[in-house]
Design a protein. Structure first.
Length: 291
């Protein structure tokens, strides 16, 4: 249909830079966007011994990008500009997640991360590819902002998305577009994986248990109240202690309910990020003035 893979790859490689191994990057050792685990799997599939991704060849690099990312998102069949944006999302966050962003942006009833015939047809028939590209990137931004690694790599990811939008929309309009930004210098080459979506440290179920005496602290307070209750009124000290325990029980109950509500909201936000439903303010991002 078209020959966009080479020019898309050239631009993604500018984003990715060279070798990196940032301690907070979930990708681990990475060279030109290919992580060590992917490289190991590639060489194993070809019956070749594993080696450091530092030594990846140009031929291996191109073949991995083509098979692992471009082909999985059917880049050759997607509209111009959309192909680049979905491809870059696949490289940075995985093909399944990039496909979910596309499917959400297309308002498809089934969002499964599988880029098949229905998704291709919907993309080709989309009336405005500029709008589609912006919607894809809003959802990508929404997920990235929910990652635990956003404080570390958010600046670089923001630069990457801004560059993606400008290039993608230029291609959609039939223009060459600007050169990609070297976002790797700001950490924009770190993998943005949905597995790093921030979740509450304790589930809402645990918070609820605290309200009904399921936690050890609540159980201890309730036991002490039960033991002191027959003695209430016999002395000021006992009455004061009992009153303090009653207040403590109320605080635990209210805290447990509050935590449960907070954890529930946070988990729902995580689920929206997983499904590609979360959206970030891309327009505000595009209007930011570099520091």
């Amino acid at each position: 249909m078209k020959v966009s893979f080479t020019k898309a790859l050239d631009r993604v490689l500018v984003y990715e830079g060279g070798y990196s191994n940032h301690p907070r990057d979930p990708g681990g050792p990475t060279n030109k966007g290919v992580i060590q685990r992917v490289y190991d799997g590639w060489r194993k599939s070809r019956g070749e011994a594993p080696r450091s991704v530092k030594h990846i060849t140009a031929a291996e690099l191109r073949a991995i990008y083509k098979r692992q990312y471009w082909d999985k998102v059917q880049g050759d069949r997607l509209p111009a500009g959309v192909d680049f944006v979905v491809f870059d999302g696949a490289v940075n966050s995985g093909p399944s997640q990039a496909t979910k962003w596309l499917q959400r942006a297309l308002r498809m009833s089934r969002v499964d991360g599988d880029l098949g015939e229905a998704t291709v047809a919907a993309a080709l028939s989309a009336p405005d590819h500029d709008v589609l590209i912006a919607d894809i990137l809003r959802r990508r931004l929404g997920m990235l902002q929910g990652l635990t690694t956003w404080p570390d790599f958010g600046k670089g990811w923001s630069s990457r998305l801004k560059s993606c939008r400008v290039i993608g929309q230029a291609w959609a309009a039939g223009s060459v577009g600007p050169q990609p930004a070297a976002v790797c210098e700001e950490g924009g080459n770190a993998k943005g994986l949905v597995a790093d979506v921030a979740l509450p440290p304790v589930s809402e179920e645990s918070g609820v248990k605290a309200t009904v005496g399921g936690s050890s602290v609540a159980a201890t307070v309730q036991t002490a109240q039960t033991q002191l209750e027959p003695l209430v009124g016999t002395s000021n000290t006992v009455s004061t202690i009992y009153a303090a325990l009653t207040i403590a029980a109320i605080v635990i109950a209210v805290g447990g309910v509050g935590y449960a509500l907070w954890a529930s909201r946070r988990r729902k936000r995580a689920e929206r990020a997983w499904s590609g439903e979360a959206e970030g303010d891309l327009d505000a991002l595009m209007n930011e003035v570099p520091a």
